[in-house]
Write a protein of this length. Structure first.
Length: 188
């Protein structure tokens, strides 16, 4: 019998000071059986870091949310689609291969990768030259300790405060807080 995804609900009060975006987000995340809490929280962090794009790219006429994730490799982890159906932003977390990223660049206006984990630097050194030819692609690295600090905040019903200031995201709840500072590896 196949294992089912675990559903997480997150109410996020977002204050993105860098971009003047203040909003409440009601999010549903499906955690694939092979996915860790750390990866779920990195996906949530990637969405919070880019929620301002709904206004900045689409003048508010768009929806940002989670893709099918690990259960569907042709879907992004986070997706911003405007109301015409155009994919404006495609976000992947982890250490994806170059071919799916090239395919994503052909489907979306902009593609972002948030690489995290102890092997992120090794992954980047091995793939950097292949990704240099993708002008729509930006790659960010989340230090391993930052990504790991998000894990204690994961719970099936989350109430989070998210603040983006000077490029750093701080997530806090009654379980504690964590700050991540993504580092730019490639800007598209």
């Amino acid at each position: 019998m196949a294992l089912k995804s675990t559903i997480f609900k997150a109410d996020v009060q977002l204050a993105d000071i860098d971009h003047g975006c203040y909003t409440d987000l009601q999010l549903t995340l499906a955690r694939h059986p092979s996915e860790t809490d750390e990866r779920v929280m990195v996906r949530l962090a990637a969405l919070a870091l880019n929620a301002h794009q709904v206004q900045d790219l689409c003048g508010g006429d768009a929806r940002i949310g989670f893709g099918a994730g690990l259960s569907s490799p042709d879907e992004p982890d986070v997706l911003l689609r405007d109301f015409t159906g155009r994919t404006r932003l495609w976000i992947e977390v982890g250490q994806p291969d170059d071919k799916p990223l090239a395919k994503a660049c052909s489907k979306a206006d902009q593609v972002l990768v948030y690489a995290y984990g102890p092997a992120a630097d090794v992954w980047w050194r091995g793939i950097e030259a292949k990704l240099a030819r993708l002008p729509k692609l930006s790659v960010w690295r989340i230090p391993a300790a930052d990504a790991q600090s998000l894990t204690p905040l994961a719970e099936r019903g989350m109430k989070l405060q998210a603040t983006v200031q000077e490029g750093a995201l701080t997530l806090s709840s009654d379980r504690g807080h964590a700050t991540i500072q993504p580092q730019s590896l490639k800007l598209g």
